[in-house]
Structures are given as C-alpha cells and as structure tokens.
Design a protein around this ligand. Structure first.
Ligand code: ZN
Length: 80
C-alpha cells in the first residue's frame, strides 16, 4: 500500500509515499506553493487529492485503479 497525491488539473506528485504522514506533508506543500503563486498574481491551483494505491505504477494514474481509493482530507488531517 502506497499513498500518492493526484489531481486532474494539477497532475500528480509522482511519489509512492510509504506513509500517510509523508503524503500529507507533500500535498500540503503543494497547496501552499499554489496559494503563494495565486497571492502574487499567478495561476497556482491545486486540485490534488490523496489516494491510497495498491502498487507503485498506479501513482501516475490512481483514479479508478483497482485497489485505489481517495483519502478525504478530513481523514488525513488527523495524522501528524
Ligand atoms: Zn508526493
């Protein structure tokens, strides 16, 4: 089981995170970066969601894969 972050518009981080804490740090860093870009007139935008995936090769295409599911932010925000 791996964790990755992917959005149809933003694309994915390409990582196969081994734990949800690392995946959370990754998705939050991307959201902060996008927010910074927006605040300076850029077009930063993050539609990434966190996925649990069954294999490494699913990280670039997690949606709809067998064994993958979206982990809602209400769930991953509990992990520190
Ligand atoms: Zn990542």
């Amino acid at each position: 089981m791996y964790y990755t972050n992917f959005g149809n518009r933003s694309g994915g981080c390409g990582h196969a995170h081994k734990d949800i804490i690392a995946a959370r740090q990754c998705i939050e860093a991307h959201r902060r970066k996008c927010a910074r870009e927006r605040s300076t007139g850029g077009s930063g935008y993050s539609d990434r969601q966190m996925y649990a995936v069954a294999s490494r090769d699913a990280v670039f295409d997690p949606a709809g894969r067998v064994g993958s599911r979206v982990i809602e932010s209400s769930e991953w925000k509990r992990w520190y």
